[in-house]
Design a protein around this ligand. Structure first.
Ligand SMILES: Cc1cc2nc3c(=O)[nH]c(=O)nc-3n(C[C@H](O)[C@H](O)[C@H](O)COP(=O)(O)O)c2cc1C
Length: 167
């Protein structure tokens, strides 16, 4: 049985809430859902599958606590692990929609871990996103501001994909 850890950075609680909803779908216990503001990146070593999430702030920036955490995470050898990325944003910030998801993906892709959990959802309305590559997202992107009604189905579709990729 692979051990899954969910790690999030959140400024106003939205991504924290989404992290718990994702954890529930993946069968992950609350004790394995972590706020990156409160722990060391070495905790990543305790898990086989890392589910990493951030909201996007400023003009395409990460939730603040991610900066220190990711600097420590990037220098770890995560060979053999799998990483899936998610995040919350606001489509009205149309030129930087959910950029943090792309930032975390880029920061972690050379750690030796396998990047999983691309997402090919529809119903999005934005002009640019660093999370989008070659026509799909590098992870789950949610807009809890304008489309909270779409999130449950998106979470379900994405966690089903993650489950397939770690089976
Ligand atoms: C000042 C400010 C800047 C923001 N910048 C962006 C942005 O560049 N791109 C985006 O997709 N969302 C942006 N957002 C929207 C947040 O990411 C969104 O409200 C998110 O749900 C917040 O999640 P959190 O409570 O987990 O931090 C911004 C929100 C605020 C208040």
């Amino acid at each position: 049985m692979k051990k899954i850890g969910v790690f999030y950075g959140s400024e106003t609680g939205t991504t924290a809430d989404v992290a718990r909803r994702i954890a529930k779908e993946l069968g992950v216990a609350d004790t394995d859902v972590h706020d990156v503001a409160k722990l060391s990146p070495t905790t990543l070593g305790d898990y086989d599958v890392l589910v990493l999430g951030s909201s996007t702030w400023g003009a395409g920036e990460l939730a603040n606590a991610w900066y220190d955490f990711i600097a420590g995470a990037q220098i770890l050898d995560l060979q053999g692990k799998k990483i899936a990325v998610f995040g919350c944003g606001d489509e009205s910030m149309s030129g930087t929609f959910c950029d943090a998801v792309g930032e975390i993906y880029d920061a972690m892709k050379d750690t030796g871990a396998e990047m999983i959990g691309r997402f090919n959802g529809d119903g999005y309305d934005y002009s640019e996103s660093k999370a989008e590559r070659d026509g799909s997202f590098v992870g789950l992107v949610l807009d809890e501001v304008n489309h909270p009604d779409l999130s449950d189905a998106r979470i379900k579709a994405w966690t089903d994909e993650v489950k397939r990729e770690i089976a």
